[in-house]
Design a protein around this ligand. Sequence first.
Ligand code: NAD
Ligand code: DAU
Length: 349
Amino acid sequence: TTKRKNILITGGAGFIGSHVVQLFVQKYPDYNIINLDCLTYAGNLENLIEVENSPNYFFERVNILDERNLVEVFQKHQITDVIHLAAESHVDRSITDPLAFVKTNVIGTVNLLNTAKAFWEDYSEHLFYHVSTDEVYGSLDHGGFFLESTPYDPQSPYSASKASSDHFVRAYANTYKLKTVITNCSNNYGPNQFPEKLIPLCIHNIKNNKPLPVYGKGENIRDWLYVVDHARGIDVVFHQGRSGETYNIGGFNEWKNIDIVRLLCKKMDEKLGREKGSSEKLITFVKDRAGHDLRYAIDATKIKNELGWEPSLQFEEGISKTIDWYLENEDWLKNVTSGNYQKYYEEHY
Ligand code: NAD
Ligand code: DAU
């Protein structure tokens, strides 16, 4: 049996947040889950159709920059815990508009910390869980892994804003004794991911016979994790993680970008009944991302040894499920790629 909680999940209409909301709403009927999201281009309530009618699910359209509304939501729902995912999340957008990242990721996080700090009385009874990224550790050459003790060395406006927010969370734990936990996760993929990110962008473009823009030589390496496994990790850390700690979450699953794009081409040729090798012809090498980090790789030993979490899905299986989801959810893709997306796409590619 679980103790009654009213958990505020921010960014719950986004990619990862929607999976976390779904997991918590369905797994913990005794918890009230309050999804707070202002619905930017990346927020989409269609990601939540499985849970939108559940009696323990609530939605509040609020911007984390708006302190007054945050306080109201804490009061209205008697918030007991926070899982904070709301953020500007796309590195390329942070290069063209860094200030938007400072606002939401830094100031928004501090607003949320202030609201929790003022609203909660006995801090030992409440948890502020901050969801962060492996990008705060900077870029690796070809050896080594990011550990929880790796010094911060953010290289993009996005990672600088996330690193800053992590520092504020730790500062609130140290200064005001707020109970906090942070997880730093590697690259996620899976259903509901906005098609500005590498994997859904390629799936969308292969389907439509459009060029597949590979930055630089495609030699950059990322460590990929299926989004549901990240949500499972958040569940485990939320319930069993030690207060004040950081846990890295990753798949021990490193891939060069070009190899991922080739894998997507191969699988989609099979699934769409196209001639072998035909999608690969769409691969187009384009100008590199400014300041492009070479390699990320998470050492996820701590969460495994301490909390028993491990990824459940093999990469090729996860990729296959992901492609199937995008092919089966044409309307979702059509809705998010109309309007503003067109402008973004034309400006970037
Ligand atoms: P996303 O861009 O898909 O979703 C972000 C959500 O936050 C959207 O629903 C958006 O509407 C909401 N949001 C943005 N600004 C807001 C504001 N000012 N007020 C209220 N809501 C706001 O992002 P994602 O990929 O799901 O990432 C979620 C979190 O996980 C982020 O904190 C990100 O840094 C972190 N993270 C992401 C990855 C990844 O691979 N995508 C990996 C590690 C960590
Ligand atoms: O590592 C975790 C991070 O992963 C998260 O914190 C971020 O929120 C998330 O967006 C992601 O960042 P990346 O920059 O690694 O993801 P993206 O999908 O944008 O790019 C993956 C790699 O593919 C990267 O090396 C850049 C490259 N790329 C990307 C795009 C969009 C291309 O070659 N072509 C593209 O069109």
